[in-house]
Design a protein around this ligand. Structure first.
Ligand SMILES: [Zn+2]
Length: 363
């Protein structure tokens, strides 16, 4: 567990507007994260540091960069190859921007096809702020085809720190968040290395952590045991895909401990064979807001954007789970519905603007 002094230090250093730098591994990076020593409230985007107040309406769990890696082979030259793929991506992202979204956080890690040059290009051309991640989604031996850059906590921490402090894949593009995938509620030995390395990288740099969780099996609770044993401040962690559970007892237990919940599969409840229903997922958001926890909720789509650019008949299982209107679902369907069941504009602003601003502020 964390001692009191450490806890206060973290709390202060992660607050919005804190003009305090946390110690960053690699001393030269202490001021280099934003290039503006003493400046408060910076988020790290693929185009460089950004005043966190400019993040605006943010979707904190999406996948755009999987496009080139997974979908370019299905995007033959006859369709225009990569330049046409980029053009189509930019065209769709401009619609998302026109709907009121300012920032998208891409949680595609290296092991599932992250491409930071693609992100850079579509960010510049679409006018959307994009934040990319370090971390790892799949861990062997559950996923035998996945290798790890290191199999010790210290080694994996170093890898994450390099992507945060120096840049990704030989570019100067730096990660602005740490993503870890814990596939079930039984954390494996290698997943535990991933979780502990994420905590160490977070505590060294101030970056927040988002975790893929199996909420239906209350995985946040077992993940939290490891996180807290490693000295993590819960206010810097979001358990994503939480709305795959409809259990208020599970939700309240986590938010009371300080964790955030990513409600990013709400659209899946519209499919007839998937539980909880859309209505129950939305109701849980409302119940959490009513219990005064709007400041612990994030809304997103977990969209596989690359797949959405393919013709409908060629889409695979994963893309069929995505909302039919892509990343417009929250602004055009979910938010109007939440208002209809009594969630205020003020609370929607908290979930979509204030929480991301605070969460993605790294210095
Ligand atoms: Zn995801």
């Amino acid at each position: 567990m964390t001692n009191r002094r450490e806890f206060i230090k973290r709390t202060v250093a992660t607050g919005i507007g804190a003009a305090i730098f946390r110690p960053v591994a690699g001393a030269s990076e202490t001021a280099g994260l934003n290039g503006l020593p003493g400046h408060a409230g910076i988020a790290q985007t693929v185009l460089g540091p950004l005043d966190a107040s400019k993040l605006g309406f943010t979707l904190p769990h999406e996948h755009i960069a999987d496009g080139p890696y997974f979908y370019l082979p299905k995007w033959p030259k006859a369709w225009g190859g990569k330049s046409e793929f980029v053009a189509k991506a930019v065209e769709k992202l401009k619609l998302v921007r026109a709907a009121g979204v300012n920032t998208i956080v891409d949680l595609t890690t290296y092991d599932v096809g992250r491409d930071v040059r693609f992100l850079e290009e579509v960010s510049r051309k679409s006018g959307l702020n994009l934040i990319t991640c370090t971390g790892q989604l799949f861990f062997p031996p559950k996923f035998p085809d996945v290798s790890m850059p290191a199999r010790t906590i210290a080694g994996l921490t170093d890898f994450f720190l390099r992507e945060i402090n120096q840049g990704i894949d030989g570019t100067g593009v730096k990660a602005g968040v740490i993503k870890i995938g814990i596939i079930t509620n039984h954390v494996t030995a290698l997943e535990e290395i991933g979780l502990r390395a994420a905590v160490r990288a977070s505590n060294a740099t101030g970056l927040p952590i988002r975790i893929h969780t199996d909420a239906a099996h209350r995985a946040g609770e077992s993940d939290a045991v490891v996180l807290e044993d490693e000295g993590m401040n819960p206010s810097r962690v979001s358990f994503d895909h939480s709305d795959d559970s409809g259990d208020m007892d599970y939700f309240l237990g986590l938010v009371r401990r300080g964790y955030s919940l990513g409600m990013d599969h709400v659209h899946r409840g519209l499919l007839p064979n998937i539980k909880p229903s859309f209505e129950r997922r939305a109701e849980c958001i409302k119940l959490l807001v009513d219990a005064d926890f709007a400041d612990k909720i994030f809304l997103s789509h977990d969209s596989e954007f690359g797949g959405s650019l393919l013709p409908a008949e060629t889409r695979g299982f994963r893309e069929k789970l995505d909302p039919p209107d892509g990343m417009l679902f929250i602004t055009q369907k979910l938010i109007p519905y939440l208002k209809q069941i009594g969630v205020s504009d003020r609370n929607i602003h908290t979930m979509t603007v204030e929480n991301p601003r605070s969460f993605f502020t790294v210095s």
